[in-house]
Structure formats: C-alpha cells, structure tokens
Write a protein that binds this ligand. Structure first.
Ligand SMILES: CC(C)(COP(=O)(O)OP(=O)(O)OC[C@H]1O[C@@H](n2cnc3c(N)ncnc32)[C@H](O)[C@@H]1OP(=O)(O)O)[C@@H](O)C(=O)NCCC(=O)NCCS
Length: 195
C-alpha cells in the first residue's frame, strides 16, 4: 500500500531517538487515515494483541468498521493518522475528544502487530506528539491505559507522560474491574524535552 513520501518533521526531528533504534524517524511519517487503509486497520484492531488492551474488545465486523469510518468524516473532534514506515502502513495514532477551547485531547495508539521493529512505537509517539502540539495546537494530551498494560505505560513515560498520583479509575470488563491509569503530557513539557 502506498502513501505520501516521508519527510523529516523539521528542526529537532530525530532528537531523543537512540542510535540503537532500528527504526529511524526519517523513515516514518503520518498520513490521515483513508479508505485504502480500512481493511488493514480492521485486521490490526481485531488482532488479539490490540483487542486485549482496548476498552471495547469485541471483534469488529466489516460493516461496523465502515460505519465508524463514515462517521469520522463528519467528526472534527477526532484526528486519525496512519504511521507509514518506509511508505507502508505500520501503526495508528488517534486523537479523540478534541476540545479546542481547553486545547486538550485523548490519545490512543498502536503499532502494527505484523512489525516487531524496535523504535517503531517511539517514532509513532514522536510524530503524534509533534502533530498534537504543533499542527493541532493542543496544550495537553492525556491517555487512559489499563494498569496491566505495562509496556504501554513504560512507553508513554519514556515519551514524557506523567501519571498523576491518585488519578486511577476502574473499568468493568470481562466480568472484573480493571484499574485504569490516566497519564498526561503538556506541550510545555514536550517542548522542554525537544528544544
Ligand atoms: C506500546 C507500543 C506502541 C510500543 O511500541 P514499540 O514499537 O514496542 O516501542 P519501541 O520499540 O519504540 O520502544 C519504546 C519504549 O516502549 C517501552 N517498551 C517497548 N517494549 C517494551 C517491553 N517489552 N517491555 C517494557 N517496555 C517496553 C520502552 O520504554 C521502550 O523504550 P526503550 O527501548 O528505550 O526502553 C506497542 O507495544 C503497541 O502497539 N502496543 C499495543 C497497543 C497499546 O497498548 N496501546 C495503548 C492503549 S491505547
């Protein structure tokens, strides 16, 4: 599947990526989720690896997926971007509940279960936060992550997200209460780390 050519995202691109990363930022870019990505994104979203960490974890049917995509076209409070790695789709980043007055949004993300390249998540996170704080002019991004999803929590902390003390909620899923952690990243903190 094709996509627009990858470009670096300006001064500071690549900062924070270690030399041991197999994926370099220059090989990655974001592009808006389009019809051409739908089948692949549904396959990712329905994979066991992604469903187990999502709040809604039923297997999504194709018509439900298409209706969801159609509704996105009319919803300016959501921003779905596909990560391209060497011009092939390799992950998804979504900003939802975009509140332009408060300049805040909730972030969700995953890399393709078909790739296991070190640094792919990090590139996705970097590009997603640059988009949130520069292109969309948000001042704060937050996430809600299950406590059992230790990899995603570590990953966000590496990006600079902070877990607010005492800010834990519960979500009833599969017959039990699961602890959910809310994490936040402010534009100031992001810019400070990527000056
Ligand atoms: C979270 C996710 C994006 C990380 O992607 P990734 O490609 O593995 O990440 P990277 O290789 O770039 O690693 C970035 C950081 O993530 C953390 N991380 C990645 N794999 C990890 C693991 N197995 N154990 C602990 N931390 C891990 C580390 O902090 C790592 O930084 P480091 O290598 O400097 O220690 C990916 O695992 C994913 O898509 N998970 C499922 C979706 C999900 O949980 N989404 C959140 C809910 S919305």
């Amino acid at each position: 599947m094709g996509g627009e050519a990858c470009r670096t995202s300006g001064p500071g691109a690549g900062k924070g990526m270690t030399t041991t990363s197999l994926v370099s930022l220059e090989e990655c870019c974001l592009m808006p989720l389009a019809e051409v990505h739908l089948a692949l994104v549904l396959k990712w979203r329905n994979s066991e690896r992604i469903r187990r960490v999502m709040f809604s974890n039923h297997v999504i049917a194709e018509d439900e997926h298409r209706r969801w995509f159609a509704s996105l076209q009319k919803d300016s409070n959501k921003d779905y971007q596909v990560l391209l790695y060497r011009q092939s789709p390799a992950g998804l980043s979504c900003l939802t509940n975009i509140d332009r007055t408060a300049q805040q949004a909730e972030w969700g993300f995953y890399t393709s279960p078909e790739y296991s390249l070190k640094g792919l998540g990090r590139a996705l996170g970097y590009l997603a936060m640059e988009r949130a704080f520069k292109s969309l002019n948000l001042s704060m991004v937050y996430t809600n992550t299950f406590a059992f999803n230790v990899v995603a929590l570590r990953f966000q902390e590496k990006l600079g997200f902070i877990q607010l003390p005492g800010n834990h909620e519960h979500f009833h899923r599969d017959g039990r209460d699961q602890e959910v952690h809310r994490l936040e990243l402010t534009r100031d903190r992001w810019q400070e780390a990527h000056r």
